[in-house]
Design a binder for this molecule. Structure first.
Ligand code: GLA
Length: 401
């Protein structure tokens, strides 16, 4: 009797504390988002063609399930009578439910964008003060994913604003993956795991290898620049709650090796894999990178622990990720524009992973090595590894017992 009483109390308190929809992102979410290539130039035709291409290219079957419309899907004003959000009547003449229906008919899920502030970053109606009403709108047009930005948010408390939206989504009754996009400004890794499923850790990404691009009042960062700030955050991520170093720029102007390195590193750090290229026109090389099942398996591993940066010297970095079945993945990343050689003596010391609470001890266990990109077996950990890492590229190996 006493036990039943305490179980009931526990259940009531767990339910009362429950904010976000649980179980929606047990592995990092995968999908496509319109912003990196199309910015505000989106419409129903683009969505339908992209949905078709996600299926015909094999992207959907590789795991890219969410098709997310970013900023600029709305009209400039809310409905004057009801205060509801209104889809842009020229871009989306049949409204968002018709778009959602098409996306769902292709076996995909549908995502939308808005902002915690009064206006979105592109100047469309923000959600501040309309959280419950907007959540009902998303549920009514069968949205499955909401990216929630941070423009025009002066004076707002981030944790409170995102918590309110999270509760509103729960109340609206439709499971919606909640993507927080406040650019890491309020350290969401400290508070967002009960609020949403992914949280941006940085400002915007841009399709360049290193450095920063300035745009007057704000700047965006190259792929390597973003990667630099991710290692210290690994302990905050896990099944259902992930660090988000922003969407992929694979296929948006980086070289083939840079595309491969970017995709490998986002997979290593268990980042959401949200493609941002024009899927209707991607090259065979870009498609092969985005759909590589062995590399995606590293990202989607159910243990859900980000890789750690084990070593870095002369812009040659060594990252290691523990895998659910006891395997490990090691990725050598060459940030330089010249090839560099690696001589890695497995038996030099035991590699300790304090987050996974597991050691890689190659004296105790010999692992077979497979190169995940070339698919070749390359011996085992008894012998020191000697390998050349091409410029702006990776060598990514899976260690198997
Ligand atoms: C912000 C976000 C981007 C994108 C744009 C849209 O910059 O960080 O990812 O959503 O707004 O305006």
């Amino acid at each position: 009797m006493k036990n039943i009483f305490f179980s009931c109390i526990l259940l009531i308190s767990v339910t009362a504390n429950a904010q976000k929809w649980e179980g929606l992102a047990l592995t990092p979410p995968m999908g496509w988002n319109s912003w990196n290539t199309f910015a505000g130039n989106i419409n129903e035709k683009l969505v339908m063609e992209t949905a078709d291409a996600m299926v015909s290219s094999g992207m959907r079957d590789a795991g890219y399930i969410y098709l997310v419309l970013d900023d600029a899907w709305m009209a400039k004003e809310r409905d004057a009578k009801t205060g509801d959000l209104v889809p842009d009547p020229v871009k989306f003449p049949r409204g968002m439910k018709a778009v959602a229906d098409y996306i769902h008919s292709k076996g995909l899920k549908f995502g939308l964008y808005n902002c915690a502030g009064t206006l979105t970053c592109a100047g469309y109606p923000g959600t501040r003060g309309y959280e419950y009403q907007d959540a009902r709108f998303y549920a009514s047009v069968e949205t499955d994913y909401l990216k929630f930005d941070w423009c025009s948010s002066d004076g707002i408390n981030a944790k409170e604003a995102y918590t309110t939206m999270s509760k509103a989504l729960k109340k609206a009754g439709r499971p919606i993956l909640f993507s927080l996009c406040e650019w890491g400004q309020n350290k969401p890794w400290n508070w967002a795991s009960s609020v949403g499923h992914i949280w941006r850790t940085t400002g915007d990404i841009t399709a360049q290898w290193e450095g920063i691009k300035t745009h007057g009042t704000w700047s965006s960062s190259g792929v390597m620049k973003i990667l630099e700030s991710q290692d210290t955050l690994r302990k905050y991520a896990g099944p259902g709650h992930w660090n988000d170093p922003d969407m992929l720029e694979v296929g948006n102007g980086l070289s083939e090796s840079e595309n491969r390195a970017h995709f490998s590193m986002w997979s290593m750090i268990a980042a959401p894999l949200i493609a941002g290229n024009d899927i209707r026109k991607m090259s065979a090389s870009v498609k092969a990178i985005l759909t590589d099942k062995d590399v995606i398996a590293v990202n989607q591993d159910s243990l859900g622990i980000q890789a750690m940066k084990y070593a870095a010297k002369d812009s040659l970095e060594t990252w290691i990720k523990p895998m659910k079945n006891g395997d490990w993945v090691i990725c050598f990343l060459n940030r330089k524009a010249i090839a560099q050689s690696i001589n890695f003596n497995w038996n030099e010391k035991i590699i300790e992973d304090a987050v996974a609470k597991r050691n890689l001890d190659t004296k105790a266990v010999t692992y077979k090595l497979t190169n995940l990109w070339t698919k070749k077996s390359i011996g085992d950990t008894k012998k020191a590894l000697q390998v050349m890492v091409p410029p702006h590229d990776v060598v990514m190996l899976r260690l198997m017992k």
